[in-house]
Ligand binder design. Structure first.
Ligand SMILES: NC(=O)c1ccc[n+]([C@@H]2O[C@H](COP(=O)([O-])OP(=O)(O)OC[C@H]3O[C@@H](n4cnc5c(N)ncnc54)[C@H](OP(=O)(O)O)[C@@H]3O)[C@@H](O)[C@H]2O)c1
Length: 350
C-alpha cells in the first residue's frame, strides 16, 4: 500500500504514519516541518496545505492508494487539498470528530444523527482553538470533501476521545501528573461512570485496516459502553505513577454539586462532563467492522512510560486549559467533606 498522510508529526497522524511503516506500507507525509521530526521510515515532503502550488508539487509525487487528511480544520483548505489530490489517490480518508454532531454531548449519537451546518467554503481568519467553532468547522471540512470526492471512495472517521503517547490535548498527561503529586484528589461521582476513550494506536490500526480493505462510509470511533469506567481510569493513573506519590486518596464528590460550584466540565476535570450524551456514542458499526480496544490501563501505563522516558507532546494552546488549580481543588474537597458551598467571592479568585 502507498499511503499519503497530510500531517503526520503531532499525535494521530504520527501514530498512523508510524503504524503504516511498521506494516511495510510506503508512506509519504506532508507538513511544513515546523513541529518536530517525521516518523522514521517515511518520505517527508515539505509544504503548506493552504497553498495550491505546494499541493500540486505534492500531487506530482503520487499516486497513492489512499490519502488521510488527519488534522484538517479549515473547510476551504480541506476542500482545496481534496480537489488537487483526488485524481492522485484511490481512497480519500478524513479524520473528523464526534463534535460534528449538533446534539453532542447533550444526547447520544449514531452515525445518522444530525450534524452542525458546516460551510464547505469557510476560510478561518483566526486559527486559535475555539471549542464552539470546532464542531461546525469539522462539519464544513466533511462537506468540502463530500462535494469533490465520490462517496464510494470516501471514508470519514469520527472519533470521540483519543488517548495515548504523543497526546497533545493534555487530558491523560494532566491526570498522570495530578496522580504523581499524590494526596487528596477530587473526582466526579459516580465512580462507575462508563467512559469511551480509544487508544490512538487502536484507532490507527482500525483506520489502516479499513483502508487496506477499501472500506468507505462514516464511522463513529469510541470504545463500547462499559469497556472502561472513570474509576478504572483513575486507578490506572494511580498505579502507573505509584513510584512518584506517597499515596492517593480519591475524594468522589457528586457531579451536580461540582457543577454548582462552578467547576468547568471537560477541562478543569478532564474527561468529565454532566451532559448525558458525552459517553453515549454509538460505535457499533466500528466494533462490527474491526475496531478492537485495548484495556484503558495499557493506554495509561504506556503513556506514563513514554512521558517519563522524556516524551513531550508538541506544545499546544489546549494544554493550558486542562486541570484544576490545586488551591481550588483543596477548598472544594474540604467543602464537600464538611457539606458547605463554594463562596461566591472565591469563584472570582480561582
Ligand atoms: N485528540 C482527540 O481526542 C481527538 C478526538 C476526536 C478527533 N480528533 C481529531 O484528530 C485529529 C488530530 O490530528 P493531529 O493533530 O494529531 O494530526 P497530526 O497529523 O499528527 O499533526 C498535525 C499535522 O499538521 C501539520 N500542519 C499543520 N498546519 C499545516 C499546514 N498549514 N500545512 C501543512 N501541514 C500542516 C503539522 O505539521 P507542521 O506544523 O510542521 O506543518 C502536523 O504534522 C484532528 O483532526 C482532530 O480533530 C482528535
Amino acid at each position: 500500500m502507498r499511503l499519503l498522510v497530510l500531517g503526520g508529526t503531532w499525535f494521530v497522524g504520527r501514530i498512523l504514519a508510524a503504524e503504516a511503516v511498521d506494516r511495510g506500507w510506503t508512506v509519504t507525509t506532508f507538513n511544513r516541518g515546523r513541529s518536530g521530526p517525521d516518523p522514521t521510515g517515511v518520505e517527508a515532503i515539505r509544504g503548506d496545505r493552504t497553498k495550491a502550488e505546494d499541493l500540486h508539487r505534492l500531487a506530482a509525487a503520487g499516486p497513492w492508494d489512499a490519502v488521510v487528511d488527519v488534522a484538517g480544520t479549515e473547510p476551504w483548505s480541506v476542500g482545496l487539498a481534496a480537489r488537487v489530490l483526488r485524481d492522485h489517490v484511490g481512497q480519500y480518508v478524513f479524520v473528523s470528530t464526534v463534535s460534528v454532531y449538533r446534539d453532542w454531548p447533550a444526547s447520544p449519537v449514531t452515525e445518522s444523527s444530525p450534524l452542525h451546518a458546516g460551510d464547505p467554503d469557510l476560510v478561518v481568519e483566526d486559527p486559535r482553538w475555539d471549542a464552539d467553532r470546532y464542531g461546525p468547522l469539522k462539519a464544513g471540512c466533511e462537506a468540502a470533501i463530500r462535494r469533490v470526492v465520490d462517496a464510494e471512495r470516501t471514508l470519514v472517521a469520527r472519533p470521540g476521545v483519543l488517548l495515548g503517547p504523543y497526546e497533545y490535548v493534555g487530558r491523560l498527561p494532566w491526570w498522570l501528573g495530578r496522580m504523581a503529586r499524590g494526596g487528596r484528589v477530587l473526582a466526579p461521582a459516580p465512580a462507575d461512570r462508563s467512559i469511551q476513550p480509544v487508544d490512538v494506536r487502536d484507532f490507527a490500526a482500525f483506520l489502516l485496516d479499513l483502508m487496506r480493505r477499501s472500506v468507505s462510509g462514516v464511522f463513529n470511533v469510541a470504545a463500547p459502553a462499559g469497556h472502561a469506567t472513570y474509576s478504572g481510569f483513575l486507578d490506572a493513573c494511580i498505579e502507573a505513577t505509584r513510584t512518584r506519590h506517597g499515596s492517593v486518596d480519591v475524594v468522589w464528590a457528586a457531579q451536580d454539586w461540582l457543577a454548582e460550584q462552578g467547576v468547568r466540565p471537560w477541562t478543569e476535570i478532564p474527561l468529565w462532563r454532566v451532559s448525558k450524551g458525552t459517553w453515549a456514542m454509538d460505535a457499533t458499526r466500528a466494533a462490527e467492522t474491526g475496531l478492537v480496544c485495548r484495556p484503558i490501563g495499557e493506554t495509561v501505563t504506556d503513556t506514563w512510560r513514554w512521558l517519563t522516558a522524556g516524551g513531550a507532546p508538541v506544545p499546544h494552546e489546549r494544554q493550558a486549559e486542562h486541570g484544576i488549580d490545586p488551591y481550588k481543588e483543596r477548598r472544594l474537597i474540604d467543602m464537600w467533606e464538611t457539606g458547605s458551598d463554594f463562596p461566591a467571592t472565591e469563584h472570582r479568585m480561582v
